[in-house]
Design a protein around this ligand. Sequence first.
Ligand SMILES: Cc1ncc(COP(=O)(O)O)c(C=O)c1O
Length: 413
Amino acid sequence: MAAHAFDFAPLLRAGLPAPAVKWAGPPKYNFIGGNNDPDHVPVDGLLAAANAVLRREGVTLANYGLESGPLGYRPLREFLAAKLARTAGISCTPDEILITSGSLQALDLVNGLLLAPGDTVLIEQDSYQGSLNRLVRLGVKMVGVPLDGEGMRIDAVEAALEDLARRGIRAKYIYTIPTVQNPTGTIMPEPRRRELLRLSERYAVPIFEDDCYADLTWDGRRPPALYAMSEHGGVIHIGSFSKSIAPALRVGYIVAPWHVLSRILPLKTDAGSGALEQMVLAEFCAQHFGVHVPKLTRGLRMKAETLMESLAEHFGTSAEFEDPRGGIFLWVKLPDAVDTLKLAQAALASGVAINPGPEWSTDKAHGRSRLRLCFASPSRQAIREGVAVLAEVCRREFGVPVRSANVEQRVRA
Ligand SMILES: Cc1ncc(COP(=O)(O)O)c(C=O)c1O
C-alpha cells in the first residue's frame, strides 16, 4: 500500500452521489431495510438443492448463460411461469421472463428502457426508497398519489393523469406495489385494479407493477396481478426471490411481452446474473416453495403481532398504524411533534435502527412524523426490547409518548 492515497477527487465525474459511509456492523435492534427472518432461511433445503444441481449440471457453468441463453436459467423461468399462473393468474411463457440480479436491477432496466431526465411518472405517495431514489437520480418528476386502505387512490390517479394531459404531458408509467404495499402493507383489491387498468388504458400510460411482496400475504391469497388482468398489454411486472427465500441471493425477474423484453435485454450488459443462485433456487423451489412460504409467513405474522403489541405497550395511542395484510413492514405515525429524521439519529446512538418516513415518501411533510419498521429480521425478544428503547429515546427527545404500559412517564422539562 502506498503511504499516500492517490487523489481521485479532481477526476471524479460531476453529479456523483454522496460518498458511502463505512459499515459499522449491524445495530443491536435492527428495524431497517427489507431483510428477511434468519430463522426461516431454508438452509438444509438450499444445501441439498446445491448439491443435486451442481452434480447434475455443474459443467454448464463453463458457459455464460449456462445452456439457457441470456434470459436466465431456463428451469427457474419454467418454475416462475407455472407459479405466476397458479398464484397471480399470469399467463406467460418462460421466454417472457428475464432473470435479473435482484428486482433492483429490474427497476434499473425498466427505468433504462423508458425514462429520460425531465420525464414524469406517477408513484404511490409513500413508496420504496430504492424506487424513489432512482427516480430522483434520473432527474424524473414524481407525482405522488395518496394511499388509503386499498392502495393508490383512484380519484387521485385520475386527477393527476387529467392534470398532466391538460398540460400536454404523458406520464411514462404508473409505478405501484399493489400486493402488500411497501411501506403501508395494503393490498389493492381486484375492483380497484380494474379501475386502475381502465385509467392506464384511457390515458395510454403503462403500469409498472412491483410485486416483490406478493407471496407474503397472511392467508396465502392474493388478487390477480395487474399484468394478468390487463387487456391492453400495457403492464410490466417485476418480482423477486428476496422476500420469499433470501435477499442475499440477489435474484429477481421481469415479466413482459417479448416485444418489450427484446428492448430490455440489450440494456442488461452484465453477461447474465449469478448462475449458481438461479440453479439452486430452481432446484429448491420446484419441490419446496409451496411448503416453505406458508411457514415463513406464519413466523412473520407472529413477529408483526409482537411489534404491534410492543408499540401499544410502550407508545400507547402515540403510535398509530394499520395492521398490515402481509409482508415485513409496519408504517407507523407518531405525534406531529416527532421528527423521525432526528429520531432515527438519536435512536441509532442507542442501538435502534429505524427508517424515517421522509425517506419513504414523495411528500416530506407527510413523512415527517412517520417511520417504517421491518419486523422480519429481529427476534421477537429483540422487537420487544428495541421498541422499549425507541420509546425511551422518543420521550427524551420529543416528550412523547407520555404514557407507557399505563404508567405516566416523566418527560423532559
Ligand atoms: C418494493 C420493492 N421493490 C424492489 C425491491 C428490491 O428488492 P431485491 O433487489 O432484493 O429483489 C425492494 C426491496 O426491499 C422493494 O421493497
